[in-house]
Design a protein around this ligand. Structure first.
Ligand code: ATP
Ligand code: PMV
Length: 498
């Protein structure tokens, strides 16, 4: 059987942090051009049922499993034999659960003979994350390279991190959600549960929904909790306005083991208990997402715990703040969509406005255009800017009230400096906030680079915190997708060099 390759993008929650944990609110999530890749091929046939998983970027990135189909069960046991039999090999709960539950679903939907046949030669699986998922500061420093996009492009794709997986410095793009999505989707594709043709369709097909439900389930199980799931949803479907599903749908499946029939019944897309909402979305033409990793990462679970307990103990105050943030979040989504519509209606005027606005600070926009068509476009652009400012002030207020550093002063100063650059529309702290990252929306100056290079200059010369750019922009390829291995720069080499 041929090689199966599936990629899934990372994410940036530009609006809706915390609120999206409650299905009453939606989040605006942008999926990134930086992706996780899973490559599956048949083994050499000496060990039927042996599944070998390698993550060549990590010093401990090797896990071997023996998979046995036993009646209505799929047993996945980590292989412990080898040179150092007395030392238990490290486990990878995320990977092991993805394999067990995906193959159990395949058993129910394709039958034992089909599953046994796809495992008959064993499977070799490679998992690789784009460099953006892991901080490249030390790599740049060791090569004497500056922290710039140009320098990042010089690094080998999928470069080894030279540490065990538990010690890697993640950048917040959602490595575990992108990994689980690419792995679950690749396994379901390799086992014939979903098809390349269905996954290639632009619409939200049955197959894509099944991948979503399965990946969402495995991710929740591996994390030991049902979060909002915006990260898995964007890894599967791409940029979107997301509303969380009620956790009740997964309750019957959260135990240590699960019956194949119940698994398939629960995960099938027609199950009405899957009540999440995915409204596909994309950033308007001419706007580019810029991301930077800021040195000290924050502990998201403890931030979440504190915010949720503040909300529980201060119901009215929290409702007031969340309502204001939610209104600003909606304004952001509506005005971004409106810009896309204005471009569709009159691309020439749209491009002319963007070209002129790119060179101006926001305060000058309102007086720079005289004709009504341009005026309309620049007004909506200003609404985007205002919405990002309103979101930031709401998030800062929530941080103060809940005593949590959502947009701490250091991040606030950095964002203010970036947003003052001509051509920068707005920005914020992604997701839960804290000290770990910032995002910006910038007018894409094309060849001239404009705001992009000025912002990079601000980041490079920033001394209060160490700021390092990420290469990602918005994914134009949507969510999870089937790849040809030779079309992904560096992938063959990353696997071959190992
Ligand atoms: N390249 C990889 N290969 C195998 N497993 C990986 C890889 N990257 C991440 N993982 C798995 O994902 C787990 C990390 O999950 P965790 O929830 O801490 O990350 P995250 O919060 O998604 O990361 P991020 O900071 O990128 O948002 C690791 O412990 C490991 O099990
Ligand atoms: C705080 C929260 O709403 C967003 C966390 O996002 P991030 O992992 O910081 O990008 C939690 C969640 O939605 O799971």
């Amino acid at each position: 059987m041929s090689t199966t390759v599936v990629s899934a993008p990372g994410k940036v929650l530009i609006a809706g942090g915390y609120l999206v944990l409650d299905p009453a609110y939606t989040g605006v999530v942008v999926s990134t051009s930086s992706r996780f890749y899973t490559v599956i091929s048949d083994g050499n046939g000496f060990n039927p049922g042996r599944v070998t998983v390698k993550s060549p970027q990590f010093t401990d990135g090797l896990w071997e499993y023996d998979v046995n189909v036993k009646g209505e069960e799929v047993e996945v046991v980590q292989v412990q034999e080898g040179e150092h039999r007395s030392i238990l090999k490290p486990r990878n709960k995320f990977v092991q659960l993805a394999i067990q539950r995906s193959l159990l679903l395949a058993l129910e939907l394709k039958g034992a003979a089909s599953l046994e046949s796809s495992l008959s030669k064993g499977l070799n699986i490679y998992i690789l994350g784009a460099n953006d998922f892991y901080s490249q500061r030390s790599a740049l420093a060791s090569l004497n390279l500056p922290r710039t996009l140009e320098a990042l492009h010089k690094l080998t794709p999928f470069r080894p991190c030279n540490v065990p997986i538990s010690q890697v410095h993640k950048t917040g793009l959602g490595s575990s959600a992108a990994l689980i999505t690419s792995l679950v989707c690749a396994l379901l594709l390799h086992a014939g549960v979903v098809s390349t043709s269905e996954l290639s369709k632009a619409e939200l097909t049955h197959d894509r929904k099944l991948v979503h439900n399965a990946a969402q389930y495995v991710h929740c199980l591996a994390q030991g909790k049902v979060g909002s799931g915006f990260d898995v949803a964007s890894a599967v479907f791409g940029s979107q306005l997301y509303r969380k599903f009620g956790p009740a749908v997964l309750e019957p499946l959260m135990g240590d083991s699960v019956h194949a029939k119940l698994l398939a019944e629960t995960l099938r897309p027609e199950n009405p208990k899957w009540d999440h909402e995915v409204k596909p979305f994309r950033l308007p033409p001419g706007l580019r997402l810029m991301l930077a990793d800021v040195d000290a990462g924050s502990d998201t679970p403890s931030l979440i715990g504190k915010v949720l307990s503040w909300r529980k103990n201060n119901v009215e105050e929290a409702l007031h703040v969340w309502t204001a943030i939610s209104e600003a979040n909606s304004c952001l989504a509506v005005s971004l969509n409106e810009l896309s519509e204005l471009n569709d209606a009159d691309p020439a005027t749209y491009t002319a406005v963007f070209t002129k606005a790119a060179a101006l600070i926001k305060a000058k926009w309102s007086t720079a255009f005289e004709d009504p068509a341009s005026d309309k476009i620049v007004n909506v652009l200003s609404e985007v800017a205002t919405a990002t400012e309103d979101i930031r002030s709401g998030m800062r207020q929530m941080g103060i009230l809940a005593d949590v550093p959502i947009e701490p002063d250091e991040q606030c100063r950095l964002l203010d400096a970036c947003i003052a650059v001509p051509g920068v529309i707005g920005g914020g702290v992604p997701g839960a906030g804290g000290y770990d990252a910032i995002w910006l929306l910038v007018i894409d100056g094309g060849e001239t680079q404009g705001a992009l290079s000025t912002v990079e200059g601000v980041w490079q010369s920033w001394t209060e915190m160490s700021v390092s750019p990420l290469m990602a922009w918005e994914s134009h390829e949507g969510g999870a997708r089937v790849e040809k291995i030779e079309n992904v720069p560096g992938l063959v080499e990353a696997i071959g060099n190992e």
